[in-house]
Design a protein around this ligand. Structure first.
Ligand code: 5RP
Length: 236
């Protein structure tokens, strides 16, 4: 039965409007079904991934080892008793689980709102299956309303910003932020990304860019979307 939330509680028989966090939790719990017990998985970064790590903890012992995309996720994983392995010692992974800032119908993504895009892209590339969890506010027709994060070598920030401006973007240095790799982030506003693979390829050619937060060459394989009506999955 659905429930309609009002200031006075829930009334049966109507739609239950869920907040963004509840949708993230629902998507994260749904992602558990793709984790095979005892396997080594890749784990992303962000508030949705934190919900996934909480769900792992509640399940108790589904996995013992993971490859992590950030210092923040590493700390959380260790905190629930999961050993964090070096990707070099593992090679490839069956599964990578992460969130995203935007997703389109082709499962191309913008990622990097949390600044962990480089390690996230590395692990996504190493994984046979990339399962991405979002709430429905992240679904867009055209990527780019969320400013595109680009990780840059600090000495190249200005050079890269100029090159991106020539492509029509409006890059802003993320103030006071240093990535886990010791680099800077430019958040690029004003892009309507009609051809995500082309733009990713083009930006990858600019010297000084470490990683573009566009995951189009290697998109998600499966998207779990938390909605008012529950979760739904989209595959490529
Ligand atoms: C971090 C990321 C995150 O996946 C992205 O920012 C989504 O975060 P959240 O789950 O908190 O909405 O790319 O670098």
């Amino acid at each position: 039965m659905c429930y309609f939330q009002t200031g006075f509680g829930y009334f049966p028989g109507q739609l239950h409007f869920m907040d963004q966090t509840t949708k993230k939790v629902a998507a994260a719990k749904a992602a558990l079904q793709y984790v095979r017990r005892g396997t080594i998985i890749g784990v992303g970064t962000g508030s949705t991934v934190n919900c996934f790590i909480d769900a792992l903890a509640a399940d108790g012992g589904l996995i013992q080892v993971a490859v992590s995309s950030s210092e923040a996720s590493t700390a959380r994983l260790k905190n629930i008793g999961v050993t964090v392995a070096d990707l070099n010692d593992i090679g490839s992974l069956d599964l990578y689980i992460d969130g995203a800032d935007e997703a389109n119908a082709d499962l191309a993504l913008i990622k990097g709102g949390g600044g962990a895009l480089t390690r996230e892209k590395i692990i996504a590339q190493a994984a046979r299956t990339f399962v991405c969890m979002v709430d429905d506010s992240k679904m867009v027709q055209t990527l780019g309303a969320f400013p595109l994060p680009v990780e840059v070598i600090p000495m190249a920030s200005r050079l890269v910003a100029t090159a991106i401006a020539e492509l029509g973007g409006d890059p802003k240095l993320r103030a006071g932020f240093v990535t886990d790799n010791g680099n800077h982030i430019l958040d690029v506003h004003g892009l309507a990304i009609d051809a995500p693979v082309n733009l990713e390829n083009e930006l990858n050619q600019i010297p000084g860019i470490v990683t573009v937060g566009l995951f189009a060459r290697r998109p998600a394989d499966l998207l779990i979307v938390g909605r008012d009506t529950g979760v739904d999955t989209i595959t490529r």
